[in-house]
Design a protein around this ligand. Structure first.
Ligand code: BZD
Length: 828
C-alpha cells in the first residue's frame, strides 16, 4: 500500500493517507453518527470534509494568532458577491492532500469524484465580479497577505436555471439546506446595525451642535466564517459573511406589549435582508432592500474592523490608516464611506477634517463597468428614508468637495459642478455612488489596461484633472490552482513533467512550455489530453441535455452571463449563416463544430431571455436536421455555474470573447480558456487586448471594430439597416427569424432579435461586426485542419498567458494600492 504524505507548508500539520483514513472513519462515527456499512455518499462527503477541516482549522488558528501577534496591516475586501463554487477539491488541492484523499477514499471503497458531486456550489455572486473576489482571496492567502473578505451570507445564491420548451425557468438556490461543513458561526462577534428613523439636531452644554440619529429599526448581523486555504497551506485567511437576524433587544419590546404577530413580522423583515442575492449583473436594481443589504454588510464589517483595532489601540485612532485598508469591489459597498464618517464624527467625536482625512487614506475603489445603466445611483428620497444621517453626511462631503476642490480648479464653472456633483440634480435627485467612491478613495482602478484608460477618459475625466495620481490599472487575473491544476489534472500533470511543479504559484514558468510547441510528441500528448477532456464533457452534455456530440468536432464555447453587449446573438447569427450555407450547398466544406453555450439571464431582462429561447429553438432544429450531417451541433448547457465551467473550460478548442469593443471591462473567462489551451476568437476589448499581446497575433483570431472605430461609427450615425440591405446573408438570416421555421406553427416567436438589431438600432453593433466575425471563424476552421498548426497555437496559449494569474493581480494591488507586507505563518 502506497502512503502519500502531504507537502503542505508552514501553517498546516502534515498528514498521510493512513491518518486521513482514520480521521474520515472517526468522523463517520462521532460527527455523523453512522458507520462505514450504512453511510450515504453525503455522509462520506461530510466526514471527509470534517477530516479536511482538522487541517484547515489548524492553519486558521495559526494564521490568526500570527496576525494578532505581529499586529499586521491587513486588507479588508468589501464585496457584495463571492462566487466560490465548490470548496472540497479546492481545499484538498491547496492543502496538498488531494492524492492522499483520493487514495484514502478509494481504499475505503469510495470514489472521490462521486463525493465531489455531493457538494452544492456556493454561488453567492452573479458573474465575473463575484468570481474575481473568490480568485483574489485565494491568491491573498497563497501569497501570505493578511486579508479578510467581507460580504453577505445569502440564504439563496444565484437562481438555478432550467429550460421549459427552451425558455429559462428560475428556481431558488438552497445551497445550505442541509448545512455547510466549511462555515463556522461566530456568535461572539455579532453586530447590531440601524436603519430608518430620523435625525435630531441637539446642542450640548457648551452650545456645540450634534446630530443624533434615532433609528427606526435595529438589525442583528451574525458572522459566518469560511476559511480560505492558501495553496500549499501557507496562510488560512477568512471570508466573513453576515447573516441578518431580528435584534433581540428590539423585538422583545414589541413582544412584551402583546404584539406577537408584529414581532414575528419584524423578524421576517430583518431576516429578509440576507435572504437572497440580487440576480442582476450590470444593470442595477435600485431597490430599497438592495440599499439595505449594502448598508447592512458594510456597517457590520466596519464595526468588526473597529472592534479589532480597538482591542490593541483603544480610542487612539492615529494608527488606524496604517492598519486598515478597505477595497470597494465596485460601488456596491460605497456607503462604507459615509458610514465610517458617521462613526468617526458622530460616535468618536472626531473633527470633520481629521475624519475625512482618515477615510481618504483607507478606501480604494475598483470600477468594473462603463455601461451607463450599471453606474449605481440611489434616489435621494430613498436614501433619506433608509439612511437619513448618511444622506446629510453625503451632502456635506459634496458641499466641501465642490467648494474646496472643484471651485478652486474651475472657479465659477457651474457646468463642472453639475457634472462632478455627488448629487445629480433633476426632478428626482440621485446620489451618484461612483462619484462618491472616487472622492472618498485614495486610489481608483479599472480592471484591464484599456478599461482603466476609458475610466479616465470617458467616465471621470474631471476627477483625473483634480487627482491625476489617484487613477491606476490592475489587470484582472484568475487562480491557476482552481482553473488549471484542479480542473484540468491531465494537463497539469503534463506541465509538471515538462516544466516542473513550480508553475501553480509562479505562472510565468508556463513560458517554458513554449519550447515544446514544435515537438511532435508533446503536441500529441497535449492534444490527446484535450481529446480526453472533450470526451468527458461529451458525457456530461449527454447526461444534462441528452444531446450527442462528437469529441472530434471543434468545441466552440461561449460561457458568461447573457447580455446584449457580450453578443451571444452574434455567435447565433454565425451559426445560422453556417446552417444556411449547408442547406444551400449540401457539400459545404467546414470542420464539424459543436457550439456550446452556458449563460444565465437576469430574470427581468426580456431580450436576454429571448436570446436564450432562440438559441434553444435553433439548436433543436439544427441538431435534428439530417442534411447537416453533424457538421453543426448546438448545445445550451443548463444552469451554468462555477462547477460546470470547470468541466467545460478544459474541453474548449475555441473561446468566444466577442463583446462590442469598449463594453467588456476585462473578462476573466477569456483568461481561463486560453490557459487551458483554447484559441480566442475575440474583439479588441478588455483583457483580450492584453491576451493578444502575450500570445501573439498568430495565436488568436481578432476581429471587429476597435474602441475608436466604435466611437467614430456612433458619432457619424450608425444605421444597422445599411448592413441589412448591403449583405444578403444578414438579410436572409434575420428574415428567417421571423418565419416559423424554428418554431413550427408559431411565426414571429424569434423576431425580438431582429427587431432589436433593426428597429432597435443595434446598440451593440452586431451587424457592423458580423462580416469580420465570420471571416475570423473561417480562419479558425482552416487552422484546425492542420493538426500540428493547431496544437502549436493551443500550446502557446497555455504557455504564454502566465501574466493572468490572480497572484500577479494581487501583487499589483499590493504595490499600487494596498502597501501590505507578507506575513509568514508560524505553527504553534
Ligand atoms: O467584472 C464584470 C465585468 O463585466 C467583467 O468584464 C470583469 O472581468 C469582471 C471582473 O472585473 N462585472 C460584473 O461581473 N458585474 C456584476 O456581476 C454586477 C453585479 C451586480 C451589479 C452590477 C454588476
Amino acid at each position: 500500500m502506497k502512503t502519500h504524505t502531504s507537502t503542505a507548508g508552514s501553517g498546516i500539520t502534515q498528514i498521510n493517507t493512513e491518518q486521513l483514513k482514520e480521521q474520515i472513519i472517526r468522523h463517520l462515527h462521532s460527527t455523523l453518527g453512522t458507520d462505514v456499512n450504512k453511510a450515504s455518499p453525503q455522509a462520506w462527503w461530510s466526514a471527509t470534509c470534517a477530516a479536511v477541516n482538522e487541517q484547515v482549522f489548524d492553519g486558521l488558528r495559526n494564521t490568526q494568532r500570527t496576525h494578532y501577534e505581529q499586529n499586521t496591516r491587513a486588507l479588508h475586501y468589501f464585496s457584495l458577491e463571492y462566487l466560490m463554487g465548490r470548496l472540497f477539491s479546492n481545499n484538498l488541492h491547496n492543502l496538498g492532500l488531494y492524492s492522499q484523499a483520493k487514495q484514502a477514499l478509494s481504499e475505503l471503497g469510495m470514489n472521490i469524484a462521486d463525493l465531489e458531486d455531493q457538494e452544492e456550489d456556493m454561488a453567492l455572486g452573479n458573474g465575473g465580479l463575484g468570481r474575481l473576489a473568490a480568485c483574489f482571496i485565494d491568491s491573498l492567502a497563497t501569497l501570505n497577505y493578511p486579508a479578510i473578505g467581507y460580504g453577505i451570507h445569502y440564504e439563496h445564491g444565484l437562481f438555478r436555471q432550467s429550460f421549459q420548451d427552451g425558455r429559462q425557468i428560475e428556481r431558488p438556490d438552497s445551497w445550505r439546506e442541509y448545512g455547510n461543513p466549511w462555515e463556522i458561526c461566530r456568535p461572539e462577534s455579532v453586530q447590531e446595525i440601524s436603519v430608518y428613523g430620523y435625525v435630531e439636531t441637539v446642542y450640548d452644554l457648551q452650545g456645540k451642535m450634534k446630530k443624533v440619529w434615532h433609528p427606526g429599526r435595529i438589525i442583528k448581523g451574525v458572522p459566518w466564517d469560511i476559511p480560505v486555504v492558501g495553496y500549499n497551506g501557507s496562510s488560512v485567511n477568512v471570508l466573513r459573511l453576515w447573516e441578518s437576524r431580528a435584534s433581540d433587544f428590539f423585538n422583545w419590546d414589541v413582544f412584551n406589549s402583546g404584539g406577537y404577530i408584529d414581532s414575528a413580522r419584524e423578524n421576517i423583515e430583518a431576516e429578509t435582508i440576507s435572504k437572497v442575492l440580487y440576480p442582476n449583473d450590470e444593470t442595477d436594481a435600485g431597490k430599497e432592500l438592495r440599499l439595505i443589504q449594502q448598508y447592512f454588510f458594510v456597517s457590520c464589517s466596519l464595526k468588526d474592523i473597529i472592534r479589532r483595532y480597538k482591542r490593541s489601540h483603544g480610542d487612539d485612532w492615529s494608527e488606524f490608516a496604517k492598519q486598515v485598508v478597505i477595497q470597494l469591489n465596485d460601488t456596491h459597498p460605497a456607503v462604507a464611506i459615509p458610514e465610517l464618517m458617521r462613526i468617526l464624527v458622530d460616535r468618536a467625536e472626531m473633527q470633520w477634517d481629521q475624519a475625512w482625512n482618515l477615510c481618504q487614506q483607507v478606501f480604494a475603489y475598483t470600477n468594473h463597468t462603463l455601461l451607463p445603466e450599471a453606474l449605481e445611483k440611489w434616489a435621494v428620497r430613498l436614501f433619506e428614508k433608509v439612511l437619513p444621517r448618511h444622506l446629510e453626511i453625503i451632502y456635506e462631503i459634496n458641499r466641501r468637495f465642490l467648494v474646496e476642490q472643484v471651485d478652486v480648479l474651475w472657479p465659477g464653472d457651474n457646468d463642472k459642478k453639475r457634472k462632478l456633483s455627488i448629487i445629480e440634480d433633476g426632478h428626482d435627485p440621485m446620489v451618484r455612488m461612483g462619484h462618491l467612491s472616487v472622492v472618498g478613495s485614495f486610489r481608483v482602478n479599472g480592471v484591464a489596461e484599456i478599461h482603466s484608460q476609458l475610466v479616465k477618459s470617458d467616465l471621470f475625466p474631471e476627477m483625473v484633472a483634480l487627482w491625476p495620481d489617484k487613477f491606476t490599472n490592475v489587470t484582472n487575473g484568475v487562480t491557476p490552482r482552481r482553473w488549471l491544476k484542479a480542473c484540468n489534472p491531465k494537463l497539469a500533470k503534463l506541465l509538471d513533467e515538462k516544466i516542473g511543479t513550480a508553475w501553480p504559484t509562479d505562472l510565468k514558468q508556463l513560458s517554458k512550455f513554449a519550447a515544446f510547441a514544435d515537438d511532435a510528441a508533446v503536441q500529441d500528448a497535449f492534444m490527446a489530453i484535450k481529446q480526453q477532456n472533450k470526451a468527458e464533457l461529451a458525457t456530461v452534455v449527454k447526461k444534462l441535455t441528452n444531446i450527442d456530440i462528437d469529441p472530434h468536432a471543434i468545441f466552440d464555447i461561449q460561457i458568461k452571463r447573457l447580455h446584449e453587449y457580450k453578443r451571444q446573438h452574434l455567435n447565433l447569427l454565425h451559426i445560422l449563416a453556417l446552417y444556411r450555407r449547408i442547406l444551400q450547398e449540401p457539400d459545404y466544406d467546414m470542420t464539424p463544430r459543436v457550439f456550446l453555450f452556458g449563460a444565465k439571464a437576469a430574470p427581468g431582462y426580456k431580450l436576454a431571455k429571448e436570446i436564450i429561447y432562440a438559441i434553444n429553438k435553433i439548436a433543436d432544429k439544427i441538431n435534428h436536421d439530417k442534411r447537416i450531417k453533424n457538421r453543426i451541433k448546438v448545445v445550451f448547457m443548463p444552469n451554468y455555474r462555477v462547477t460546470l465551467a470547470e468541466k467545460m473550460i478544459p474541453a474548449a478548442d475555441v473561446s468566444e470573447q466577442i463583446s462590442t469593443a469598449g463594453k467588456e471591462a476585462s473578462g476573466t473567462g477569456n483568461m481561463k480558456l486560453a490557459l487551458n489551451g483554447a484559441i480566442t476568437v475575440g474583439t479588441l476589448d478588455g483583457a483580450n487586448i492584453e491576451i493578444a499581446e502575450e500570445v501573439g497575433e498568430d495565436n488568436i483570431a481578432i476581429f471587429g471594430l476597435t474602441v475608436d472605430e466604435v466611437k467614430a461609427l456612433h458619432a457619424n450615425g450608425y444605421n444597422s439597416m445599411d448592413y441589412y440591405y448591403a449583405n444578403p446573408e444578414i438579410k436572409a438570416i434575420l428574415d428567417w427569424l421571423e418565419t416559423d421555421y424554428f418554431t413550427p406553427g408559431k411565426p414571429g416567436e424569434l423576431a425580438a432579435i431582429k427587431r432589436s438589431l433593426l428597429e432597435g438600432g443595434d446598440p451593440y453593433l452586431v451587424l457592423a461586426d458580423f462580416e469580420t466575425y465570420v471571416k475570423a471563424q473561417e480562419k479558425v476552421d482552416q487552422w484546425y485542419r492542420d493538426k500540428a498548426c493547431w496544437a502549436k497555437k493551443a500550446m502557446l496559449n497555455t504557455a504564454l498567458v502566465g501574466k493572468f494569474t490572480s497572484d500577479r493581480s494581487i501583487e499589483d494591488y499590493v504595490s499600487r494600492v494596498w502597501q501590505l507586507e507578507k506575513c509568514a505563518v508560524k505553527r504553534s
